[in-house]
Design a protein around this ligand. Structure first.
Ligand code: GLY
Length: 413
């Protein structure tokens, strides 16, 4: 089936979506898009729901795929559906699964899903008392949408308190959570009401430096699938976590439609939820979609139109994929912009811009590269070989994406 698809967003995740959706016969558009999207017609000045709806009519778009969380949490999908446009992405009410931690915790409690114990702080005077209820390592989160950068996990009580004070001073509530032990898993699922179809599991690397050192970031790299997680264990996550949550959302009138991202830690008692996101993850999507062997547009349309239940199982390419992110000097705290980039042909763009015809950095996570291979080691080699051709003053990337897994150092029971 030939489709005309509009992708909303501008990052490397959206770049990967554009590339995966631009199969022969499909026409892909992006708003605002980025300067690297060669397979899409980009509309850099289109942002509002009204502008997007107008663009859909002008270009006779069959499906809108929303990449980032902010427009979903603000109700973009509702606005477009009200105009009769098919959208892959949850309603404003359902997107609270990411936008409101209190909502997510309530849904999980009702669905009987394991997650961390959490306390919210809105008054700086309560920081000491609430933190005294927890043990190290302290997990202190910005309870707004902080793109992963608002989380501090630290053994240092004073650092935990300082982060909580900073978040409250910035005007957001703080969430303190008990630490969930065990390897982290990102499981993306297509969800249409009660129908749940998992994609391949992935693992993100959130700390800025090798060996998981330094501050948290939006994600510095990922690999997929996870050689240490069996299909039966993926099914256990679907049965114990994702399907109960999808059912609960449906039951309470917040029916979910789109990509539900379960961020989990698999500890001694099995999988527990660290967080839910209401969209594809970045940088995991770049790796997961590199292995998608079916026609992605058909699955996203079937989800959007509540026909996912009728779709055949997804075909996956054999082997592994690894994403490595190139970040700007100073990222995540104070990324420097304007550095010239060379050798980035074929990379997925995120924080890039064209300045006098030259490609320059324009954000913290600048671009990502994806390598694939029969083994995880080969996929790592392929990704790092691509990265070795890219140069940018001050640019930095992790050299150990997928390394522990490739060395057999991760396992779960
Ligand atoms: N990979 C982290 C995120 O997308 O939120």
């Amino acid at each position: 089936m030939r489709m005309r698809i509009l992708v909303i967003g501008s990052g490397a995740r959206e770049h990967a979506l554009v590339n995966a959706l631009a199969t022969p016969g499909n026409e892909v558009f992006a708003a605002p898009g980025n300067v690297g999207m060669e397979k899409a017609t980009c509309f850099p000045s289109i942002h509002t729901t009204e502008q997007i709806a107008d663009l859909c009519r002008q270009e006779v778009v069959d499906l809108v795929v929303v990449g980032p969380e902010v427009p979903l949490v603000e109700g973009l999908a509702d606005g477009l559906r009200a105009e009769g446009i098919d959208v892959f992405g949850p309603s404003k009410r359902a997107a609270r699964i990411e936008g409101s931690k209190a909502f997510a915790k309530d849904v999980m409690a009702k669905a009987g899903v394991k997650t961390a114990r959490a306390e919210q702080i809105t008054d700086a005077a309560d920081i000491d008392t609430v933190l005294s209820l927890f043990e190290a390592p302290y997990v202190v989160k910005d309870d707004g949408l902080a793109a992963g950068k608002g989380v501090v996990v630290t053994e240092d009580l004073e650092a935990a308190k300082a982060h909580a004070r900073d978040v409250i001073e910035a005007g957001n509530p703080v969430l303190v959570e008990s630490f969930l032990d065990g390897p982290e898993i990102s499981l993306f699922c297509l969800v249409a009401g009660e129908t749940v179809v998992p994609l391949l599991p992935a693992q993100d690397h959130k700390r800025v430096g090798d060996n998981d050192e330094g501050p948290n970031t939006g994600g510095m790299g990922a690999y997929s699938p996870l050689p240490w997680l069996s299909d039966a264990q993926v099914n256990r996550i679907v049965d114990e976590v994702v399907r109960p949550v999808a059912k609960q959302l449906d039951k309470q009138g917040d029916t979910y439609n789109g990509l539900l991202y379960a961020g989990l830690a698999w500890g001694q008692d099995g999988p527990a939820v660290v967080e839910f996101n209401c969209r594809f993850g970045d940088p995991e999507t770049q790796a997961v979609l590199a292995l998608f062997g079916s026609n992605l547009s058909e699955y996203l349309l079937a989800t959007a139109t509540n026909q996912l239940v009728d779709m055949p199982p997804i075909t996956w390419k054999p082997g592994y994929a690894v994403t490595v992110v190139l970040a700007a000097e100073g990222y995540p705290a104070h990324p420097v912009k304007g550095d010239t980039i060379s050798g980035a042909e074929g990379a997925l763009h995120a924080g890039t811009a064209l300045q006098d015809g030259e490609l320059v950095s324009a954000g913290g996570r600048v671009l990502s590269v994806v390598g694939t291979g029969e083994t995880l080691e080969e996929a790592r080699d392929a990704a790092y070989e691509k990265m070795s051709h890219i140069s940018m003053r001050g640019g930095h990337y992790r050299t150990d994406i997928g390394k522990k897994a490739a060395e057999g150092k991760l396992s779960v029971q």
